[in-house]
Design a protein around this ligand. Structure first.
Ligand SMILES: [Mg+2]
Length: 180
C-alpha cells in the first residue's frame, strides 16, 4: 500500500460508509450521447472489484449524483450498492438522511467528489477525497487527492486504503521486533 500520513490513516480507520459521486469520479466525466439522446458512460473494472472488496471488509457504499441515468442503477446493482440517490441537487440533505438511517457520524463517512456541488459534503465528512481531475477549489479543500483520475481507478485507491486499514493486522515485509 502507498504510504499515507498518520492523519489520513486515522481518518480512514474510522470510516464505515463510503459515499461516491458518479460523473468525474466513478467515470472520467465523459457522457456519450447517441443520435437518439441515449446516454452511455464507462466504468472502471478495478473500481468495481475494489467496491466489492471494501463492502466485504465491512464498509457500506453509496452513490449520490446530480444526474439521472439508468446506467447508474444498472452499475449499482452489479456492485451490490443499494443506497443510490440520483438527480440530487441538494446533496447534503441526502447525506444527512444517510447518517440518520445508518446511525453514523460525520467522522464515519468518506466521500469522493470532483466538483463544486460536492463541497458541502466534502467539508462535513471524516475523510474527504478528490480526484486529480476535480475542480481546483475542490482539490484544495480535501484531505486527500488520489493519484488516479476519476473512471481510471481512483475509487480503487480509496477502497484499497479503507480495506487495508480495517484488516486486524497489517502485513509487513519487515521482521517484527520482539516485545520486551
Ligand atoms: Mg461529479
Amino acid at each position: 500500500m502507498k504510504r499515507f500520513s498518520k492523519k489520513i490513516l486515522e481518518k480512514a480507520r474510522r470510516v464505515k460508509f463510503l459515499l461516491l459521486d458518479v460523473d468525474g469520479v466513478m467515470t472520467d466525466g465523459t457522457i456519450y450521447l447517441d443520435a437518439d439522446g441515449r446516454e452511455t458512460k464507462a466504468f472502471n473494472i478495478y473500481d468495481g472489484s475494489g467496491i466489492h472488496l471494501v463492502r466485504k471488509a465491512g464498509v457500506q457504499v453509496g452513490i449520490i449524483t446530480g444526474r439521472q441515468s439508468v446506467i447508474v442503477d444498472y452499475r449499482a446493482k452489479e456492485l451490490g450498492i443499494t443506497e443510490v440517490h440520483q438527480k440530487i441537487l441538494d446533496k447534503v440533505k441526502v447525506y444527512d438522511e444517510i447518517l440518520r438511517t445508518y446511525g453514523l457520524e460525520d467522522s464515519e463517512m468518506a466521500y469522493v467528489g470532483d466538483d463544486i456541488i460536492d463541497l458541502p459534503i466534502l467539508k462535513r465528512v471524516g475523510l474527504s477525497v478528490a480526484v486529480p481531475n476535480a475542480h481546483p477549489e475542490v482539490r484544495a479543500q480535501v484531505d486527500w487527492v488520489t493519484q488516479k483520475a476519476g473512471g481510471c481507478g481512483a475509487i480503487r485507491e480509496v477502497t484499497d486504503l479503507l480495506s487495508a486499514v480495517r484488516k486486524p493486522q497489517q502485513p509487513s515485509s519487515k521482521p517484527q521486533r520482539a516485545l520486551r
